[in-house]
Design a protein around this ligand. Structure first.
Ligand code: GLU
Length: 497
């Protein structure tokens, strides 16, 4: 039997970390078994639908590298096409489902009374579970808006298996009769998702643990329709480091916010997949291919997983450092162009990064790649390049006053800058790193200095405005003859008299 799985989001908000993990596990599992992934948009709750959400879902999946082979299917369209009708008819006919006509006010009063009596709240029969056909006909003829409910059998043990948690048994008396078809004629999740899972030949359902309480009702429904349920795989919740369920309060949780914050989709996918799943060894940095090769349901932990932002940064750093510089440059440029006109970074207080984006987006390929190459080992998020590259790309870098105060007053510095400027200006072309190093060493000797530091540090400040950054000879070679001359002239002009 070939594996068929589905990612079935409701378009009710931006896909967040938990949703994306479900999508990833579907994808990893399908790849592992050469199976098929379907994308199904569960949009039957009109009141909660968010416009543009489907596009955001598709963009998020592309960002983390989840592919699907069939879909997107939309349940609202399937409902309009009458896909669900035969199963409604069959459930009504067999008595496995029944119509109920309570008003919202009556249902609220019922719930209130149950709470007052400290009983479980929900619809355990009301006035309609055992109503005769005549009553139902009359209510329908009067045009009362009714719902269709599943008749949960009483006094039974509903047993099923969860692939992560094992055997589960539930007393059917604690299960209320869920709505299958709402008053507006739309199917609920409980109905449409089960029918679709069957019709679409789904073999394994990966979904959030919040659905485990509904699983016995789903088993009843499958049974009523004479179908075999798919393998159920409920995924543990994701928590923040403080132990509470991951939410907006923990910072970014929407998938595309991570892209806006400068994370690579590959790094985010790797990080998210490892929240609650382990390959069974101590590997952490893994491509989608490597993860799909190692993906086993038994590697999913039943206990909740923790979202650790520091680990995400670490993971991101690993990816940034190991990408070929050309590929990284393309990613940085794409990122800069996408975020150039956005307020995202500013809203997070990252003004400097926001400001530098236009400069990155406007660079020619070779120059940007040179700057990225210099800084690849020193940056983590793509937004970091925006700040770090700036001194190398602007006409004249801003001078850090503490750096100039530290080095520009040294007695040998005027002669150092003058002699270096002379050597650089005399070059026929841009120098390479070896020339830069040899020249610095020669200047050290000429100036009679014991150490190379008093040569290297002032030059770095003159050329970049700061005392920190990539290797001096490398950055000199990147800047090239003409820009070095301009920067040395400016430094000479600013030396104290
Ligand atoms: N539409 C449901 C949700 O977004 C899907 C649950 C499932 O995968 O079955 O939570």
């Amino acid at each position: 039997m070939s594996v068929r799985v589905r990612y079935a989001p409701s378009p009710t908000g931006s896909p967040h970390v938990g949703n994306i993990r479900t999508a990833l596990y579907n994808s990893l599992f399908a790849r592992r078994h050469r199976g098929t992934v379907l994308l199904r948009i569960e949009d039957t709750d009109r009141a909660r639908a968010v416009p543009g959400c489907e596009e955001e879902i598709i963009e998020s999946l592309a960002y983390v590298g989840v592919e699907w082979q069939e879909g997107p299917f939309r349940q609202s369209e399937r409902s309009a096409q009458g896909v669900y009708q035969p199963y409604i008819d069959s459930l009504v006919e067999s008595g496995s489902a029944y119509f109920a006509f309570e008003t919202p006010e009556e249902l609220a009063a019922m719930r209130e009374e149950q709470s007052r009596l400290k009983l479980a709240t929900g619809y355990f029969g009301g006035a309609w579970r055992d109503a005769g056909p005549g009553d139902v006909e009359r209510a329908r003829a009067e045009g009362q808006p009714g719902v269709l409910r599943l008749r949960i059998p009483r006094d039974e043990t509903i047993a099923f298996q969860d692939a992560v948690r094992g055997d589960i048994e539930v007393d059917s008396n604690v299960l209320d009769d869920p709505v299958l078809i709402k008053a507006d004629g739309m199917p609920t999740y409980h109905f449409a998702a089960m029918v679709d899972d069957h019709l679409m030949g789904i073999t394994h359902v990966f979904r959030g643990e919040e659905w485990i309480a509904s699983a016995p009702k789903h088993i009843v429904l499958f049974r009523a329709l004479g179908w075999e349920p798919p393998v159920l795989v409920h995924l543990p919740v994701i928590k923040g480091k403080d132990g509470s369920k991951l939410s907006k309060r923990h910072g970014d949780t929407a998938c595309l916010d991570f892209r806006r914050a400068g994370f690579l989709g590959e790094a985010l996918a790797n990080f998210i997949a490892l929240i609650g799943w382990s390959p069974g060894d101590d590997r952490e940095v893994m491509s989608l291919d490597e993860m799909s090769e190692a993906f086993e349901i038994r590697g999913i932990q039943p206990s909740s997983g923790v979202f650790d932002p520091e680990k995400l940064d670490w993971m991101q750093g690993e990816y940034v450092r190991s990408l070929p510089t050309g590929a990284l440059t393309r990613k940085v440029r794409e990122y800069a162009s996408e975020l150039e006109n956005s307020d995202f970074l500013r809203a997070k207080g990252e003004e400097a990064a926001a400001e530098g984006l236009a400069l990155l987006a406007a660079q020619d390929e070779a120059r940007l790649m040179g700057a990225i190459g210099l800084l690849q080992q020193r940056c983590t998020r793509l937004s970091d390049f925006s700040v770090a590259c700036k001194p190398f790309l602007v006409d004249q870098p801003a001078m850090d006053p503490s750096a100039t105060a530290k080095w520009f007053g040294e007695p040998h510095v005027r002669e150092l800058f003058r002699a270096l400027r002379e050597k650089v200006a005399a070059l026929p072309d841009d120098p390479d790193e070896a020339w830069c190093e040899a020249t610095a060493r020669a200047l050290q000797a000429t100036l009679g200095l014991d150490k190379l530091g008093p040569v290297v540090h002032p030059i770095r400040v003159a050329l970049t405005g700061t005392t920190i950054g990539p290797g001096l000879f490398e950055l000199m070679a990147f800047l090239g003859r003409d820009r070095m001359v301009v920067r040395l002239d400016s430094a000479l002009g600013s030396l104290p008299a």
